[in-house]
Design a protein around this ligand. Sequence first.
Ligand code: 5GP
Ligand code: MN
Length: 342
Amino acid sequence: MLETSQQAELKELVNTPCNIVLVTHTNPDGDAIGSAMAMYHYLKKKGHRVTPMVSNRFPDFLSWLPDSDQMIIHEQQPKLLKAALLAADLVFCLDFNDLSRTGSIYDLLKVSDKPRILIDHHLDPVVEDFDYVFSTTNTSSTGELVFDFINLMGDATLIDKNIASCLYACIVTDTGSFSFACNNGKTFSVVAELIKQDIDVEHIHRLIYDTFSENRLRLLGHAISERMIVWAEHHTAIIYLNKEDLRHYNYQVGDTEGIVNYPLSMKKINMAVLITEKDKKVRLSFRSKGSFSVNLFARKHFNGGGHRNAAGGNTSLSIEQTISKLKEAVASSSHELNYSES
Ligand code: 5GP
Ligand code: MN
């Protein structure tokens, strides 16, 4: 967390209008885009010129976030993004713990000499990559930390309906609709403050969760009925989706969000893994219940990381080789996965 002297420096920076870039992680989720857009609205109110950016597209179910069309997407507008980064005086880094998580923006970012401020809730931040680190690991979401940051800057009164909607989207998506990572009163008191800004939480839930295309729902059905493998002896279930599955259901960005959670709804299953075949890589998404750390598991075996109960990783193996490697890794952790949650 920030030392008092750093807090004073940050207040000075935040109170002096300049060019600010906001960067979030590749394959952005609700917390990534929500926290960036909340900071966008806050810093605009403070008089800054603000440019939010990300390496690749975000799911359509986040496009209702106010002004999210201002987000520069590197794969679509590389020149514009580079120019904005060159013109920046300050860079805020949101919802990641390691600069390389910015994907295709990484090469530009690592050579920028502008001060970087991290706001994040992932384990093990690479602190030397940042000039200021506002990071905790027991906070529901980066959105909740943005709420804390705005308060720390003495600007609670600037939180308006736009900022509150963005922050609510962060919290609801990163806690699986208040089912994990919110086992303390604080997250709920933050939500109570957000609701005071007259946000319509029912409507937000519908915008995020009830906007499936028919293809997306059928892909979910296919994933569970045809592509799930249960390794009951290791308390693990996996789902794999190859390129042909995705093509068949006309995959759109965001269509596989949430699929990884379904196997965990089975009794005695403590880890779930979704394996997705991408253009050049295979992506893995890990979820666990209880004590098993998918952060450590993803770091050790699949070049990834994240949180104790939600992490990601990737490999350049084929999908079949990935499943074999995963099975070996799971077998070697079998004793740690053998616990009862009830
Ligand atoms: P998801 O499975 O939803 O993509 O990611 C779950 C969590 O793990 C998110 O908090 C995400 O930021 C983090 N995460 C996903 N992929 C990676 C990765 O490759 N490396 C690291 N360090 N974290 C990841
Ligand atoms: Mn997050």
